[in-house]
Design a protein around this ligand. Structure first.
Ligand SMILES: O=P(O)(O)OC[C@H]1O[C@H](O)[C@H](O)[C@@H](O)[C@@H]1O
Length: 300
């Protein structure tokens, strides 16, 4: 069976190759494992909570309706905790949406009626989220559709982000490419500038938002010339790049081992610099695809 549902998770294997598979927790609809030919692509902390007591530290947590913490107290989104409510809600498994010998897709849904009620009580908005996850021999496509239902009484304002934790061999040998020339907001220094460096390298804590990144940009995570991961995206103009490094890792109870910062980097495709606004009855959709590609140099 390519799709197996358990009480807390859903496992999907490629019909033509059982060593290519992914697993999604119903809590947060968080992808916690994505293997191609037996090789794990995602980082998952050994202390990650998988029991619904806390968002998952690793895999692909989903960020909605706010990225980070909204500081403007006049904005209703400021009542929500960091990164919103999608990653702290149990989603409904909607089943298999398509399958062939070479691909299989499943869907999850989230609505206020089933979302974390502690959090929906802080932010009173209607919404329908449909997440589609499609596995093929060399890719995992994650597609999100957000709808402000026709019956809603007000506009829906939100951010979206796929907070992907990639597994790598050694952060100090790792480059993130093809973002040269992008506008950057450094969340640690709280400064804006244009990135002129040919590649991103890591020597300390790193937390930057690259904005207005073209959908033609293919961001690659490269280790000494070998491409480990390629990220393609649609309708997601921002990319957040994050590594907690030593001190921040020590402060995160669910981050283990503490040396794990060497084995991960987050490259997060999203819509976070601005809010998307949907009138009642309107929909918005976007996607990211994790795939295999040869080393590609894109200049801006
Ligand atoms: O600890 P969390 O709420 O999961 O956030 C983890 C990280 O998410 C993003 O990458 C942000 O840019 C970081 O500032 C934040 O530290």
């Amino acid at each position: 069976m390519p799709v197996t549902e358990y009480e807390d998770k859903v496992c999907v294997t490629l019909p033509s190759d059982a060593s290519t598979q992914f697993t999604v927790l119903k809590y947060g609809a968080t992808v916690i494992s994505y293997k191609t030919k037996g090789h794990e692509n995602l980082f998952l902390s050994q202390a990650a909570k998988l029991d619904g007591s806390k968002p998952v530290r690793g895999g692909i947590p989903l960020v909605f309706p706010v990225f980070g913490k909204e500081q403007d107290v006049s904005n209703p989104l400021s009542k929500l905790p960091q990164h919103g409510l999608a990653r702290n809600s149990y989603w409904e498994f909607l089943g298999e949406s398509s399958a062939s010998n070479d691909s299989v897709a499943i869907q999850f849904g989230l609505y206020p009626e089933i979302a974390n009620s502690e959090l929906t009580s802080l932010w009173d908005n209607d919404f329908t989220l449909i997440l589609t996850l499609e596995l093929s021999p060399t890719s995992l496509r994650t597609h999100i559709e957000v709808e402000n239902p026709t019956k809603a009484s007000k506009d829906l304002k939100f951010n979206w982000l796929f907070h992907t934790y990639f597994q790598i061999d050694d952060i100090e040998d790792t480059f993130v490419t093809n973002l040269s020339g992008s506008a950057v907001y450094d969340q640690l220094m709280q400064s804006n500038y244009v990135d002129k460096l040919p590649v991103i390298q890591f020597t300390q804590e790193f937390d930057k938002i690259y904005s207005n990144v073209s959908d033609k940009t293919m961001t690659q995570i490269v280790d000494r010339g070998e491409v480990l991961h390629t990220i393609k995206k649609k309708n997601l103009p921002d990319l957040v790049v994050w590594n907690p490094w030593i001190d921040k890792s020590k402060g995160m109870a669910d981050f283990e081992p503490k040396s794990g910062y060497q084995k991960m980097v987050c490259v997060e495709a999203g819509y976070v610099k601005e809010y998307i606004t949907l009138k009642p009855g309107k929909k918005w959709s976007a996607e990211q695809t994790l795939c295999e590609e040869a080393l590609t140099y894109q200049s801006i």
